[in-house]
Design a protein around this ligand. Structure first.
Ligand SMILES: CC(C)(COP(=O)(O)OP(=O)(O)OC[C@H]1O[C@@H](n2cnc3c(N)ncnc32)[C@H](O)[C@@H]1OP(=O)(O)O)[C@@H](O)C(=O)NCCC(=O)NCCS
Length: 179
C-alpha cells in the first residue's frame, strides 16, 4: 500500500454501512490486534455510538477512524443533565501515521460534538498526544470512573461543565472488558 496521499483531498465524513469492513481492517491494523475493532463493532450494534467518523481519500480508501460513545452520569444531583461522551478508539493505518490524519478526525469529531450540544468528552489515551486537542488529566480527576491516572483525560465543550463537577459516570457496556 502506498504511504502517500494528498491531504487536501482527504474527506472526513460520517461512517456509512458500507465502511464496516474497511473500518474493521483499519482498527485491527492500528492496534495490531482485533480487540479494539471488536469494541467498535459492539458499540455500534448496542446503539452506544454518538458519532463515528472516517477520513477517506478521493479514491475511497479509509485511512482514519474515530468513535465517540455515550457516557452516562450516575450520581444524583448536579451533573445529571450533562451530555458526556468518550473518544475511543482512534485509529490511523500504521503507514499513514504522523501525517495529521488522527488530528483531522479528532478535531472534526470534537467540532461536531460541540454542534450536537455535548458538554464533556473523555478519553483514555497517551498523555503526550491528547492535550493538543484540549484534553486535560486535571479535569478528568473530577470525573469518577473505572479509569484513573494521567491517561484518563477530559475536555469541556461547554461552560456548563465546571459548575457541575465532580461527577460519577458509567461507560457503555462493551467497555467493561477494558476495566
Ligand atoms: C494515535 C494515532 C491515532 C495518531 O494518529 P496520527 O495520524 O499518527 O497523528 P497525527 O499525525 O495527527 O499527530 C502526530 C503527532 O502525534 C504524536 N503521536 C502519535 N501517536 C502517539 C502516541 N501513541 N503517543 C504519543 N504521541 C503520539 C506524534 O508523535 C506526533 O507528534 P508531533 O506532532 O509532536 O510530531 C495513531 O498513531 C494510531 O492509530 N495509533 C495506534 C492506535 C492508538 O494508539 N490509538 C490511540 C488510543 S485510542
Amino acid at each position: 500500500m502506498s504511504d502517500h496521499f494528498e491531504p487536501e483531498k482527504l474527506i472526513v465524513r460520517a461512517v456509512e454501512p458500507a465502511d464496516e469492513l474497511g473500518v474493521r481492517e483499519l482498527v485491527t491494523a492500528a492496534f495490531d490486534q482485533s480487540t479494539e475493532a471488536g469494541l467498535v463493532h459492539k458499540l455500534r450494534h448496542c446503539g452506544a455510538l454518538v458519532l463515528e467518523l472516517v477520513a477517506v481519500t478521493d479514491r475511497g480508501r479509509i485511512l482514519g477512524h474515530v468513535a465517540f460513545s455515550r457516557v452516562t452520569p450516575t450520581n444524583i444531583g448536579a451533573g445529571q443533565e450533562l451530555k458526556i461522551s468518550c473518544l475511543a478508539p482512534v485509529s490511523v493505518w500504521p503507514e499513514f501515521q504522523r501525517q495529521g490524519i488522527g488530528s483531522r478526525v479528532i478535531r472534526a469529531g470534537l467540532d461536531q460534538l460541540k454542534d450536537l450540544g455535548e458538554d464533556l468528552v473523555l478519553v483514555l489515551g497517551p498523555p503526550a498526544y491528547f492535550p493538543r486537542f484540549g484534553f486535560d488529566p486535571a479535569l478528568a480527576r473530577k470525573v469518577r470512573a473505572p479509569y484513573a491516572g494521567d491517561a484518563f483525560q477530559a475536555v469541556a465543550l461547554t461552560d456548563a461543565v465546571e459548575a457541575d463537577l465532580p461527577i460519577e459516570v458509567a461507560f457503555a457496556t462493551p467497555f467493561q472488558e477494558f476495566e
